[in-house]
Design a protein around this ligand. Structure first.
Ligand code: CP
Length: 360
């Protein structure tokens, strides 16, 4: 039987392991209602989302296709509540809503909402839910989207919440677009299986790698290599999950030694906004965790280079011109996979696939 957030207290729900939370976040058919964690997506769902994103992408090439897409959810409104800086996630969700015809509202700075007058986050989000049908939320606070999902599900106007980045914990829709980019990169050469994925940089505080690592466990025989200075290495919680799932993984700080065997190199920025009083970003030598022309010569001809962006100097600008540099395409893929996620959430999958089969 389907579990509902209305049937469980916040304290009991919060205390559950993530995998036990998933049934509470799903619609009757197993599709996410609230999208909060990478753990909500299994292989079947990831393939479904990829197919839907491909269909939307192809349909959107024609004006008649855009006209079709834009009437799909034009009767619903989306709220973008971003209390942490963002360019790509904000704009790609914004564009995704536009593609599907959803009118959009936004709050990007709580200081210009009534939170400034002392209104609680709960009341603020409940206020948004009075006017909108979907809340897409980015917050520096781990677990806020989860709490708001529970709060809204316990009102008389429950609406879906999508986590667009929560603290340094999870960024599930970034991981969806990363997976979609990998699916597309390998679709003509055997698919996303039997690959070595190398993740580099600030893995301790970068939420994208934490979510991507989880999603990769759905694919057969994916070796995960985490490359970072020891202080920025991937968390023990992720290592425990990978061990429990029998995933082949390795931790190293020797970037060059693993480049020749990589099929995908996922670079990340040092997240100095999370520095504590020891200012790790200034005291740790990160010069060995950058990708330039020398590193290009060390990877295979088919290896792809990804980055969630924004970047600083961890990928040299000269690398952008190489056909293996996928990060600009990866960024655009975010618009398609987020369109697919919203379409799936609002039950539009079959209509899109039927239109695709009949018209594209
Ligand atoms: N990758 C990513 O989340 O980028 P933004 O912070 O610009 O949204």
């Amino acid at each position: 039987m389907r579990k509902k957030l209305i049937d469980i207290s916040w304290e009991d729900f919060q205390a559950l392991p993530i995998n036990d939370k998933v049934p509470y976040l799903s619609q009757a058919d197993g599709i996410p209602y609230h999208t909060l964690f990478a753990q909500q997506f299994d292989l079947e769902l990831l393939e479904r989302l990829g197919t839907l994103a491909n269909s939307i992408r192809m349909i959107a090439k024609a004006r008649s296709g855009m006209d079709f897409l834009q009437q799909l959810i034009s009767h619903k409104r989306a709220m973008l509540y971003f209390s942490q800086p963002s360019s790509r996630t904000f704009l790609s969700f914004y564009s995704a809503c536009q593609i599907l015809g959803m009118p959009i509202g936004e709050v990007r700075d709580p200081a210009i909402s009534s939170e400034f007058k002392g209104e609680s986050r709960e009341d603020s989000v409940r206020t948004f839910s009075s006017y909108f049908d979907l809340i897409i939320m980015r917050s520096p606070q781990k677990g806020l989207a989860e709490h708001m999902s529970w709060v809204l599900s316990n009102t008389d106007r429950p609406i879906p919440v999508i986590n667009a980045g929560s603290g340094h914990d999870q960024h599930p829709t970034q991981a969806l677009l990363d997976i979609y980019t990998l699916q597309r990169s390998f679709e003509r050469v055997g698919g996303l299986r039997d690959r070595t994925v190398v993740m580099v940089g600030d893995l301790a505080r970068g939420r994208t790698v934490r979510s991507l690592s989880q999603l990769l466990t759905n694919y057969p025989n994916i070796r995960q290599i985490f490359v970072a200075p020891p202080v920025f290495q991937i968390g023990e919680d992720i290592q425990k999950i990978l061990t429990a799932k029998g995933v082949d993984f390795e931790l190293t700080s020797d970037f060059h030694s693993v480049l020749p065997e990589s099929d995908a190199v996922y670079m990340t920025r040092i997240q100095d906004e999370w520095d504590d009083e020891t200012h790790q970003s200034r005291t740790v030598d990160t010069s060995g965790f950058k990708f330039g022309l020398r590193e290009l010569d060390m990877i295979k001809p088919q290896t792809v280079i990804l980055h969630p962006l924004p970047r600083r100097d961890e990928i040299a600008r000269e690398v952008d011109r190489d056909p293996r540099a996928m990060y600009w395409r990866q960024m655009r893929n975010g618009m398609w996979i987020r369109s697919a996620l919203i379409a799936l959430t609002f039950g539009c999958e079959n209509r899109i696939l039927e239109f695709y089969r009949a018209n594209v």
